[in-house]
Write a protein that binds this ligand. Structure first.
Ligand code: FES
Ligand SMILES: [Fe+2]
Length: 381
C-alpha cells in the first residue's frame, strides 16, 4: 500500500475515533433467515456463486515446491492443487478416472499420485502413467484418462481456481479495482506457516459474516481481541462484489506524535478483504491469515473452514515459532472459540423457524455489502 494511501486512511481513522463515529451504510438492511436454513437456497448458491466465480485457493507459498499438493472438500467439486516440476501450479478434480476415488488426501509432497483403490497412477501434471493389469482395459487409452483439469490462474502471489472445467478465468474482470489493492502487498514473498481445517455445524456464510463488523468486539471479544481494537469502528470500501474493511488498533494513537513519514496504516489495523464469495483475507499488521469457507453439499447447516497463516519469512528460530504460534492461538481462540461458538447457537435458533429476518445496522457496511453481493450474484445465475 503506497504511503499516500496509508496517510489518508490514518487520517480517516482518527476522524472517526475523534468524532465517535464509524463508516456507515444508508438504512437498516434485512437478510432472510432462510438463507442460512433452506436447502434450496444452498442449491442455488452452489449452482451460481460457487461455480461462476474464481475461488481464492491460497498464496503461492501454500504449494511452494514442485510436487507440493493440497486437496480440499468443496460443495460441488473435490479439488487437487499441485505444483509441477516446471513450477506451474495446476488444479484437477480430485477424482480417479477409473472409478472415482480421491487420488490424494490432505496435503504433502509427492512425485506421483497413486490412487489408493486399484493403484492407477498419475504424474504431477495429471497425466495417467500406470494402469495396473492394463490388458483388461482394452480400448482405454492412458493419454485420454488423465485427471480432469480445472481452470487456474496464479498471479501476484495468489492462486485462483474456478470449479468448472469449462470456465475461463478473467481475473481483471473478477477482481476489478481490488486487484491493485492486493498486488501492493508482494504476496509472492510470503511463506506458508500453518493450516487448520474446521468442520462446524453452521451455514457457510456465518464464518464470513463474523469478520464483517466490529460492532461485537466490546462484548463477544472482551477477553480476547476486544481490548486491542476500537470497537464499533471501521473503515470500509466496496470494490465490485468484493470489499475491504479495516478495524483499527488502539496503538494507532502512538502515531499522533510521530512525523507523517513514519505513519503505517497496515501495522496499526487489521484489514479484512472479503474476496467474493467465500474468503476472508486478513492483513494482520505483520502476517496474513486467510479463512476460506465451503458449504457441505446437501447440508445447509454445515461447513468446512480452511484457515491458513502466512508469514513474511521462513520460521527457523524457536523465538519466531513461539511468536507465530501465539498469533495463531489468539486467532483460533477468538474466531472458533467465540465467534463460531456463538454462531452454532444462532444456527440452531434459525433452524427453529422462529425468526424470518435478521437486521444489519447502518454501522455494519461490510456485512450489508457481502449480502448485497450474494443477491447480485444469485440474481444473474
Ligand atoms: S478408483 Fe482409482 S484405481 Fe480404481
Ligand atoms: Fe468476531
Amino acid at each position: 500500500m503506497d504511503h499516500t494511501t496509508q496517510v489518508a486512511r490514518i487520517k480517516k481513522a482518527w476522524q472517526l475515533i475523534d468524532s465517535g463515529q464509524t463508516t456507515t451504510t444508508p438504512g437498516v438492511k434485512r437478510a432472510q433467515v432462510e438463507a442460512y436454513t433452506d436447502k434450496r437456497w444452498l442449491d442455488r448458491e452452489l449452482a451460481s456463486v460457487f461455480k461462476k466465480h474464481p475461488l481464492f485457493m491460497g498464496l503461492s507459498g501454500v504449494i511452494a515446491e514442485p510436487g507440493a499438493y493440497l486437496t480440499m472438500e468443496h460443495g460441488t467439486l473435490p479439488i487437487l492443487l499441485v505444483r509441477g516440476d516446471d513450477g506451474v501450479a495446476r488444479a484437477f478434480i480430485n477424482m480417479c478416472r477409473h472409478r472415482g476415488a480421491p487420488v490424494a488426501q490432505g496435503c504433502g509432497r509427492t512425485a506421483r499420485f497413486t490412487c489408493p483403490y486399484h493403484a492407477w497412477t498419475y504424474d504431477r501434471t495429471g497425466v495417467l502413467k500406470v494402469i495396473p493389469d492394463q490388458r483388461n482395459f482394452p480400448g482405454i487409452e492412458r493419454e485420454a484418462h488423465g485427471l480432469t483439469p480445472l481452470p487456474l490462474v496464479e498471479s501476484d502471489g495468489m492462486i485462483w481456481v474456478q470449479p468448472d472445467p469449462e470456465a475461463v478465468i478473467n481475473l481483471d474482470q473478477h477482481l476489478a479495482s481490488m486487484r491493485g489493492e492486493l498486488a501492493g502487498y508482494d504476496l509472492q514473498n510470503y511463506v506458508h506457516y500453518q493450516s487448520r481445517v474446521l468442520h462446524r455445524d453452521i451455514n457457510w456464510k456465518m464464518p464470513i459474516d463474523t469478520f464483517l463488523e466490529p460492532y461485537h468486539f466490546a462484548t463477544l471479544h472482551k477477553d480476547t481481541v476486544g481490548p486491542i481494537f476500537y470497537g464499533n469502528l471501521c473503515l470500509f470500501e466496496g470494490h465490485g462484489l468484493h470489499h475491504w474493511m479495516a478495524v483499527v488498533r488502539k496503538s494507532i494513537d502512538s502515531l499522533r506524535e510521530r512525523p507523517e513519514s513514519e505513519w503505517d496504516f497496515v501495522k496499526h489495523t487489521a484489514i479484512s478483504y472479503q474476496l467474493f464469495p467465500n474468503t476472508i483475507f486478513t492483513m494482520q499488521a505483520d502476517h496474513v491469515e486467510t479463512w476460506r469457507v465451503f458449504p457441505v453439499q446437501g447440508r445447509v447447516d454445515q461447513c468446512v473452514i480452511y484457515f491458513d497463516c502466512y508469514v513474511p519469512e521462513p520460521v527457523i528460530s524457536d523465538k519466531a515459532k513461539a511468536y507465530w504460534d501465539k498469533n495463531i492461538d489468539l486467532a483460533i481462540r477468538t474466531v472458533d472459540g467465540e465467534d463460531i461458538a456463538m454462531q452454532q447457537d444462532m444456527e440452531r435458533n434459525y433452524l427453529s423457524g422462529a425468526m424470518k429476518e435478521v437486521l444489519i445496522g447502518q454501522n455494519e457496511p461490510a456485512l450489508a455489502h457481502f449480502h448485497q453481493s450474494l443477491e447480485r450474484s444469485m440474481a444473474t445465475e
